[in-house]
Design a protein around this ligand. Sequence first.
Ligand code: ADP
Ligand code: MG
Length: 341
Amino acid sequence: MQERTEISTLGEFGLIDHLTKNNETKNSSTIVSVGDDAAVIDHYGRQTVVTTDLLVEGIHFDLMYTPLKHLGYKSVIVNISDIYAMNATPTQIVISIAISNKFSVEALDEFYEGVYAACNRYNVDLVGGDTTTSQKGFIISVTAIGEVAPDKYVKRDGAKVNDLVCVSGDLGGAFLGLTILEREKKIFEETGAQPDLENQAYIVGRLLKPEARKDVIEYFAEHNIVPTSMMDISDGLSSEMLHICKQSNVGCVLYEDKLPLNEDSKEFAYKLELDPTACALSGGEDYELLFTINQADHEKIDKNNGFSIIGYITEAANGKTFITRGGNKHPLIAQGWNPLK
Ligand code: ADP
Ligand code: MG
């Protein structure tokens, strides 16, 4: 009898490892393959970056509280965020959709309004895609292509001992936005009461209308900074930090009191009796950039108040450590939301 192994025994990352463990690179033009935010392809010295993401109704978004225009916008953002995470500039996207007959042309027009708004804002051309039907649910696949100056791409595997660990923006907001929207959805379903978002525009916006950190890549270019490693934060800080440590074969120390938290996020977390630190560590979908830099670049990062230095890189043998405000040491673990729920 054929063996049957449940996917849940591997988890998302274990499954990808399993499916790609025998994957061989046959073309010299393939410079970076599976395992990073995007692949890098070389065309006689010019380098192209490519990444793809699939968004599935009921898994990645809920149309009860996601306006279609926002969904279109976000579908583009989550992809080009992976291009920026390679220190590259997105240039084109292709987008494929599977739709059921519950959608009208007007609804799809709204979705595309969001797609075009993101393309305009980030100077990206929509150059193709595919359209098909789905029996149930809306499925969106976006592939983004970008370019990077030869060998200026930044992978997840370059962090070195004593590098500084940095993050852009603030963390945990999108998770709190999701929490309030899910709460209000439940109340609406049970009582029919109109949603009360308590004027939480910041956190709701973080979830429904994220931005990609184009400005960070531009800052690096202007200040001659090439991070030693980088990735975008889609699954949560601790999960992404562990990816960098694993792929760079290093350890790290992160400090709770250095984690960037927005005031509104913090207050709202307290109100829900959630720990803002846990939201920052494990909440996903903020689409900020996590990167490491050589200490020589310390001042260049420090003078930009949009960045936080949250820790440093150690030898692998020292493990991955999280130091709380009270000075207690804990192993850094990923409780991140696994999108393959
Ligand atoms: P991100 O969160 O940055 O989008 P993922 O965790 O989705 O990255 O993917 C990690 C790596 O695994 C990427 O290089 C991606 O291209 C690759 N990957 C994901 N799914 C598959 C698959 N089914 N087959 C081959 N490669 C995959
Ligand atoms: Mg990524």
